[in-house]
Unconditional design. Sequence first.
Lengths: 716, 98
Amino acid sequence: MSCHSPNNKSSNETNYKNTINIALAGNPNVGKSVIFNQLTGLSQTIGNWPGKTVERMEGQLEFLGYHFNIVDLPGIYSLSTFSLEEIVSREYIISENVDIIINVIDATNLERNLFFTFQLLELKVPMILAINQMDLLRKRNIDLDFKELERIFKLPVLPVVAVHGTGVHQLLEEAIELIVYRHPHHHYKRRKSAESKHHGHSYYRTEHVHERIKSREKIKKTFKFPELNEVTTFGKEVESKIVSFIDKLNDHQQILSSCNYPSRFLAIKMLENDSEVIKLFTDTEERTAIINLSKNYREELEKLHGEDIHTIISSEIYSNIKKIVDLVLITKILRNIKKRSFNDFLDHLTTHSIFGYIILIAVLFGIYFFTFSIGDFIAGLIDNAFIIWSEIIYGNFGEDNVWVKVFWDGGVGGLFGAVGGVLVYVIPFFFIIEILQDSGYLPRAAFLMDRIMHSLGVHGKTIIPMILGFGCNVAGCAGCRIMETEREKKVSVALTSLVPCAATMTVVLGLVGRYLGFYWIIILFLINFTVIFIVGRILNKTLPGQCTELIMEMHEYRVPNYKVIFKQTWVRSKEFIFKAMPIMLILGIVLQILLIFNALEPVNIILSPVTVLWLGLPAITGVFLIYGILRKELTLVLLLILANSLNITLLELLTPIQMIVFSSITMLYIPCFATIILIAKQTSWKYAIQISLLEIAIALLIGGVINFGFQLFTSF
Amino acid sequence: MTSESINNKANQIVGTSLTKCLTECEKGEETIVLRVNAGYKAKTRLANLGLVPGVKITKTKNAPFKGPIEIIVKGSSLVIGRGLASKITVECNGACLN
């Protein structure tokens, strides 16, 4: 853990003297992204945290004369070091880049959400508690005593209904209030306006706020975090250990001053044997003394309680939370009212031992159908446009003009290929996936598939990126970020890249389906799934570490928020357009240049031992397969073009055996280029290349076996 | 309830063998967690999610084919792999005594 946080501010931010940097933190699925979307609109960027595979969502907005820079932290349950998300969040919050945290809390799940709040409190960074989904809570005849909550936490606590945008902008007003005035106690008056229908954009204290704020640095230094002793104090035994540990730490001022963590946080984490915090003490002389001390304390406590330290500390925090919740819940009605709602019915149906699987399969077909029908329609329009424009260009400059070939056929053609072949499928796909994700269906699929996925060395959650992979491997591999450990990510991207995507389906349907019949499609699918199974087993054996067990929250179903869905679809598509498409464009130009100089003929010759001798395919398919790396369905398109130019049908061009071999190769031989890029982004380039090579080897093996198998079979 | 008293209670119940693992629970059964015998990492994750000894849970679902189980902890639903669930010891309620 670096104590000196990297100062990655962009230059235009420093121009604003009155910039307020907000970090949105909270558990997964509490409405953080809804609030983020309400606040930032379309001015969002997705990036990665420096050097990490964790996604970073950032957005800006101007409000009341301030420039707000908002980072949506990943949804996490705790600030330990068990996942990259937790480490990233913790380091970011403590860095100079955060002025204030908005902790989003799900009102319907107060206790579990407050556990994370308690961890954030220990970081002593200015914080606002945003209690979301208050409407749902009130529907259950429960209300919260916000006055009491603010008295307890000595921080602003605001009710929010994120989906309606109620109270969302009050959070920003409160942020200005808190860090400019540093009076965390006088906002009761405004509570009424926060809940009234009009959203208070005009704020009576705005002008004062403007005058008072000078620069960010000043704000940060003058804010004094309230003392919360009565809230955060642990039980007697644990607390005494922590206090004496803090004393010990105070002897090491150079460590305390070199990092931003409060000493109490460090003491708790040292007790918990937190690997990242222990690293801070690596260079000190008394390192072993401190580590031994923490070890002694830990063992003493564990012996006393008969539990491990994490359980002890978590239990104590939860018992503190219980006290608070008892104080602030106004109407106490049993949480789980025994009433069978439509939500329960849907939940029951989708996790049912028979109907659950039927629905799962239906959902998969639904993804195919939706992606195909919308994508094909738009792809057709784009292809037509390209053909018409091509004729105009050829007419003006001549078809054999070198520049036309390079820039039009290669560059623009590559671009059209990327748009028509990939983008038109990717965008509707992102859209339907956002709906599935937002509605809460995907964890149900993970629930149903956990047992089966375990035999591949991963737990049920892997099925989520794999389902995404059915539409488009690119989206699927991007979805692998939900996996907790590096090992699971590696297995997941490999399996997802082998799932037959919509483009691969085109080839299989257009070739085998059309000329050889339905049975062969089933056989090819069975081969494909066998390969997925075998690769899973191989990776399970070879990758270090163990298969972890599934621990996953399953949320209630909810009606997807259309704003979030459209914005997420746009943001994801935007990322794809600007990151993956330029590479495809360059590749298109390179391929065209190679074609002009006939440089691919040698490729055919070089590949011919493999394509002709081993796979029994015509030599020309070597180039087709290379094109296929760009767009899988290009392999079929080029075959059709070749057959057209020779005035023969595909059946005359390829024998049935060759069709099966060609299709199975296309299904398996290598992830498409965009997918390879995404695999590299999720893991590393080295791993992406390894996976590609492995898949080529598998495809060649299977293609060869099919080819020779048939030859043997027919020779009898 | 302090951890110590939970522990005493746990020992008491273990002593009279009135425990079972979470996988043996009936659907819809409400019970109290006594012990989580899982690995360090899983244990910590569960503790962070509120699954600590002494907490009241309700088992709500069994996935088909010996798959994971679903429980309600502190008002939120949690899915736990079967291997892990079998390492969680819970209290036997009245039904066990019959």
